[in-house]
Ligand binder design. Sequence first.
Ligand code: T46
Length: 376
Amino acid sequence: MRMPSALRYGHLKYLSFLLLDLACIILSSYLAYSIYLELSHRRFNYSVVSIMIVIDIIVTLVFNTLSLALRWRKRRELFESARHTLICLFILGLYLFLTKTSADYSRVAVITSYGIYFGLIVLFRTAWRYILAKCRRKPGKPSVLLMTTDRFVDEGIKSLQGLNYHVQYLYFLEKNDKTEINGIPVVQDVKEAASVICWKEIDKIYIYGLNHQMVPEYLSNACKEMKINLDLVDFHYRVIDVTMKQYEDPKFGSLFFLEGKRDVPFQIRRVYWITETQAALHRGFHAHKLNCQLLYCPYGVIDILLDDGEQKTTVTLDKPGKGLLIMPGLWREMVWKQSGSILCVLASEYYDAQEYIRNYDEFIAYSKKYRESAEA
Ligand code: T46
C-alpha cells in the first residue's frame, strides 16, 4: 500500500497525529465520565470536553509538543506526551479556577480523563507511526540521505549510486530552492531532515564534497540520537573554478572572489599566503589528518603534487580562477614553476602542528589504515 508522500513525510503526517490526539481526548473524556457518571449518577457535561479539545489544540500549537513526539525514540515520545498532558491539565485547572466553575466538575473525572488520554495517545501514536513506517518504500538496497552542496550534487549522486546505494533524499547545506533533482526529493529544512533521520526513513547518511563541521548541530544531534553515523564519501581533491570577472576592461584589471559555503565547502578558520618565492622552490611534504584546504594561485604558476598513498597526480595552478580543493589524508608537495608566484590557502582548521603528518612512511601507514577502515 502506498500513501501520499505528504502523509508519510510532510505536513499531513503532523495533521494526522493532531487528529489522532483529538480523537484520544474525546474518547478518554467519554471513558472517564462514563466511569464517573456510573458512580455519581450525574449528567454528562459536554462543555468540559469542548474546552479540553480547544486546550489540546492550543497546547500543541503553542508549545509545539507534537514535533518532538513525532520522533521515533520511545523515551522522547513518553516524555513529550507526559509534558503535553500535564500542560493541558494545568491550563484546564487554571481555566476552571479563574471562571469559578471548578465546583461544577469532578476533579476525579478530569484527572482520570487525562490519565486515560496519556495512555491512549502513546498507544495510538505508536500504532499509527508503525503503519506509516510500514508503508515506506523499500528500495532493496540501503537507502541514503545525501548531504551536499549545489556544486557537488551530481557527482555525489553518481558516486553513491556507484557504491550501490539508493539516494532516497538530498539535503543541501546551503540555501537551495530546488524541490527535486533527477527525481530525488530535496529535503527542504533542517527539521524535515531530522525527521527523516528520526523516522528511520534512511539507513545511512553521507556527506559529499565537504567536511563534518558544515553539518548543522541540530542534524548531528538527530544522528547521535538515532545512532546513525555521518559518513564522508571519499573525495580526495577537486579542481574547482573560482573565476568571476567583474570588469572586462583591462584598465580596471580583473576581480575574483570566493564565497564561503557557496564556493568553499567548509568553514574557513584560517587564511594564509606564501609570497616572495623563487622558481624551483619546493615546499609541503606533509598530509593533514583533519584540515580541508582550498589552494589557489592569484599570480604565477605552481605545481601541486598529490599522493593518496597509492596514486600520485599533479595539478598545475596557473590561473587566478583555478582553485584546488584538498580533503584530509592527501600528501602534498608544492613546486614553484615561476619566481614570485603566490600561493593562497583557505583552511578549515586553526594551525595545529599535531594534525600534520610530516613523515612519509607514517603517512603510508596512516592512509593504508584509513582505506581499510573505509572498506570495512
Ligand atoms: C599546506 C601547504 C599548502 C604557522 O605557524 N601557522 C600557519 O598557519 C602555517 C600555515 C604555518 N605556520 C608555521 C609552521 C612552520 O613552522 O610556519 C612554518 C612553515 O610552515 P610549513 O613548513 O608547514 O609550510 P608549507 O609551505 O610546507 O605548508 C603550508 C601549510 O603549512 C600546509 O598546511 O597544506 O602550505
